[in-house]
Design a protein. Structure first.
Length: 291
C-alpha cells in the first residue's frame, strides 16, 4: 500500500507536466530536428531538395567570407543591443522601483508599451523617425546641432537604436523581478554605517540584482541575434543579418537546405555564447562573494 502511494506521488509531477511537455516537443523540438535533418540534404537548382545527404552547405557557410561577415555583424549587433539595454534598462528599473503609486504603474505601462504593439508597426514607426526628413533629424537641425541630416536609416546605428527600444522591456522585467527580492533595510543599513550611495549600489544592490541582469542579458542577446523584422526593414537589403540571410535562402533562392544550415548554425552559436557567458559571469559572481 505504501509503495503504491509512493509510486503515485512520483508519477504525479510527470502526469501533470505531460501536456506542456508534449506541446514543447511538438512545437519546438520536432521542428528543430526536422530543420537539422534538412540542412544535410542535397539541393539541386533544377530538381530542388534531393533525398541524398551532404555536408556541402556547412562547408559553404564556414568557407565563404560573405557568411563570416553576416555572422560577425549579427554578433556585434546583438552585443551592442545587450550592452545598451543593460546601461539604460538597469538604472531605469531602479528609478521605477523607487517611484510611488500611481506614477510607478503609469511609467511601467509606458516602458512595457512596446511589447503591446506589433514589431512591424514599431519598426515602421522608427523608419519614419530615423529618416532624413524624420523627427530626429528635424529636431537636430532645428537645435543647430547638425547642418544636414544624419544618415540613420539603413545603417547599423539605426538598427541598434530600434532593437534596443524593442528589447529593453525584457531587461526591465528581469531586473524588476530581482529588485522585488531586495530588502530595502539592507541598503539603509549600509547608508547608516557611512557608506556612500555609490558604494551601497556597488556592494549591496548590484550583487543582488546581478542574476536579473544576467537573465535579461541572455534574453535580449538571443532575441537580438535572431531578430528579423527590424533589421530587414531598417537595414535594407544590403545590411543583412543571419535571420534575413536564412529567409532569403528559403524564399528567394528556394535553397531550403542552405537556409536550414544558416538557421542551425545561428542556434548553435547562440547557445554556445549564452552558456559561455553564463559560466563566466557565474564564476566571477562566486569569486566576488567568496572574497
Amino acid at each position: 500500500m505504501a509503495s503504491t502511494v509512493e509510486n503515485r506521488s512520483t508519477a504525479a509531477p510527470w502526469l501533470l507536466s505531460a501536456p506542456a511537455l508534449l506541446l514543447f516537443v511538438g512545437l519546438l523540438l520536432v521542428p528543430l530536428v526536422l530543420t537539422a535533418i534538412l540542412s544535410f540534404r542535397v539541393f539541386d537548382g533544377t530538381q530542388g531538395v534531393m533525398p541524398e545527404y551532404t555536408l556541402a552547405h556547412y562547408w559553404e557557410v564556414f568557407s565563404d567570407d560573405y557568411y563570416h561577415e553576416i555572422f560577425l555583424r549579427t554578433g556585434g549587433l546583438a552585443l551592442a543591443v545587450t550592452l545598451l539595454s543593460i546601461v539604460f534598462g538597469v538604472p531605469e528599473t531602479i528609478i521605477l522601483a523607487r517611484m510611488k503609486s500611481p506614477w510607478r504603474g503609469l511609467f511601467l505601462v509606458v516602458i512595457l508599451g512596446p511589447l503591446l504593439i506589433s514589431v512591424v508597426v514599431r519598426t515602421l514607426g522608427w523608419a519614419i523617425l530615423l529618416g532624413n526628413n524624420g523627427l530626429i533629424n528635424t529636431a537636430l537641425q532645428a537645435l543647430g546641432i547638425t547642418d544636414e541630416p544624419i544618415r540613420l536609416l539603413f545603417t547599423m546605428t539605426g538598427v541598434t537604436i530600434a532593437l534596443t527600444h524593442v528589447l529593453i522591456p525584457f531587461m526591465v522585467i528581469a531586473v524588476w523581478a530581482a529588485l522585488q527580492k531586495l530588502d530595502p533595510q539592507v541598503e539603509n543599513a549600509g547608508l547608516s554605517l557611512g557608506a556612500s550611495p555609490f558604494t551601497v549600489f556597488r556592494r549591496v544592490i548590484l550583487p543582488q540584482i546581478l542574476p536579473g541582469i544576467l537573465s535579461g542579458g541572455i534574453i535580449v542577446f538571443a532575441l537580438a541575434a535572431s531578430a528579423f523584422a527590424t533589421p530587414a526593414i531598417l537595414g535594407g537589403r544590403r545590411l543583412k543579418v543571419v535571420a534575413s540571410a536564412a529567409y532569403d535562402e528559403f524564399l528567394s533562392t528556394l535553397n531550403w537546405p542552405l537556409g536550414a544550415t544558416i538557421a542551425v548554425l545561428l542556434l548553435i552559436a547562440n547557445v554556445v555564447i549564452i552558456l559561455g557567458c553564463n559560466r563566466l559571469i557565474e564564476r566571477r559572481y562566486r569569486t566576488v562573494f567568496e572574497s
